[in-house]
Write a protein of this length. Structure first.
Length: 126
């Protein structure tokens, strides 16, 4: 059970965001980036800037962060990720619920087999 929970937590953390743009994989291809959505921009200097995009121009991406207008040059962007924390939380909760039901089901089945073995006196399970 502990291994299953650990696996679900790892999956949850790795699925919190999805890659929408990578400078190494598809340079100058911003077709997956849409105005009105919130993204986290990873820049060449290692900084991360989460913001909601308001528009995309030829050489920069403009957005709003904490009521402040921000413009990021496309040349400085190494990666753009979309936050998907809500999806990861729901998936993890569903996985934990499924694991719990599975463990309870296995325990009940084991108890039933023990009861049947006792009833027939075969002593299959102690």
């Amino acid at each position: 059970m502990k291994r299953i929970l650990f696996l679900l937590v790892v999956i949850s953390f790795t699925s919190c965001s999805s890659l929408k743009y990578s400078a190494t994989k598809n340079p100058d291809n911003y077709k997956n980036i849409k105005a009105g959505n919130k993204y986290t921009f990873h820049q060449e200097d290692g900084s991360k800037i989460p913001m909601t995009i308001t528009s995309i121009s030829k050489d920069s991406i403009i957005g709003i962060r904490k009521k402040e207008r921000i413009s990021i040059s496309k040349n400085n962007i190494t990666e753009i990720r979309k936050d998907r924390t809500a999806v990861a939380v729901v998936a993890t909760a569903g996985g934990i619920a499924a694991a719990t039901v599975l463990v309870i089901g296995i325990k009940n089945a084991t108890d039933d087999i023990q009861d049947v073995a006792t009833a027939f006196g075969t002593g299959l399970i102690n």
